[in-house]
Ligand binder design. Sequence first.
Ligand SMILES: [Zn+2]
Length: 259
Amino acid sequence: MRFTRVLMLGWGLLGMVAVSGAVAGNAQPGLGQAGAPWAYEGKLGPLNWSHLDPAYKVCSEGHEQSPIDIRGARRNKALAPIEFHYVSGGMSLLNNGHTVQVTPPAGSYIIVNGERYDLVQFHFHHPGEEMVKGKLPDMSLHLVHRNAEGKLAVIAIRLNEGNANAVLAGLWEHLPKTVGATDKMTESMSPMGLLPADRAYWSYMGSLTAPPCTEGVKWIVFEQEVELSRDQLKSFGYLYKVNSRLEQPTHGRKIEASE
Ligand SMILES: [Zn+2]
């Protein structure tokens, strides 16, 4: 079973080479970029990422890697609320062999402490990656944003089993089942619907959680969790049983909490 899965991932990655050309225009951070094949388990798994490609070295040598266990955050009154300027539209979904990645129509952005970051894509991890005081969520949603200088800000939302999530239900109908497959929502949705009601957050400097593990990423993790049903969890888990990286050492990094 395990062997089969590794093989399938291998084939998936071969598929990625073909797919990456088509999505390169979106500069998928850490996902679908040219680079050595990698996976979430086996020989190509997280413990070996740094040996797979010189470009992945920072995965093990970096001191600001993500995800981390969030604890001991300090309140910082200077952290302004994130301003959301997300627009509705049809979403494009791609099963890229590492996750299901959703590309929204252009025009959605956030303002973080006065700076604009455009929403580039969002994607999911199962189980979740943002541990809080030792507890992992069932899934994570990562909304990846980029500013004019190419710096990234990722908003992480922890998803836990509970009531069905109406917005995810719309997306899940279009989950592409096979690696390299795409789907497009004809109906309009807004990524706003994926956010928790309370937008208080933790913030710290980290990295992409997948190769090439690039650092200098501003992480914004919402304190409030969002629910999804057991069936919704299962639907994603059927496609990706494990597509998450374990907690990385903080090396004394500061975690701040908004008001
Ligand atoms: Zn992610």
